[in-house]
Design a binder for this molecule. Sequence first.
Ligand code: 3PG
Length: 205
Amino acid sequence: MKIADILALAPVIPVLVIDDLAHAVPLGRALVAGGLPVLEITLRTPVAMQCLERMAGEIEGAVVGAGTVLTPSQRQAVADVGARFAVSPGLIEGETDEGPVPLLPGIATATELMAGLAAGFGHFKLFPANIVGGAEALKAFASPFPQAKFCPTGGVNAKNAPDYLALPNVVCVGGSWVAPTDAVRAGDWGRIEALAREAAALPRN
Ligand code: 3PG
């Protein structure tokens, strides 16, 4: 699957920071049951790689990828444990559209976007979306860069997601709001499934 096909699967990609390996599979199943099959497991906790491997292997219907991928070797490592895509907060020097797993690089400026386009990418994470101009920044990018498509992430929530999803150059958004830390720690999978269901119903342009 190419990154374009993955981003087309749902309007929201849950961005997950998982501290406890025991939470990984039930959390992923709740999100998939709610209608969000694309899951981004951030490499920010000691158990992240194990969570990724387990979720990639055990959750039917999920497309599991890695987030916070910062280096070429991490891109390879997440591919090796079954990630179907990788997300980075920025451009990874030397990395192109070709690689062991599709990569969604982050950009925040026109210059970074131009470097990403030159490296062969067509899809970008706008990060941190709400800080670097939000929907207005994406409207401004649309005219000089009609070929670029975005998944804004960073400060996106149920309230502002519709503003992003209405834009023609936005394919989906990313965010952690569908898996609140307190709900994960409490094992409140019902609440997470309900949040996922609401997110999955958000209309796209
Ligand atoms: C990330 O951490 O990659 C995203 O910025 C998640 O941001 P959020 O917690 O504001 O949704």
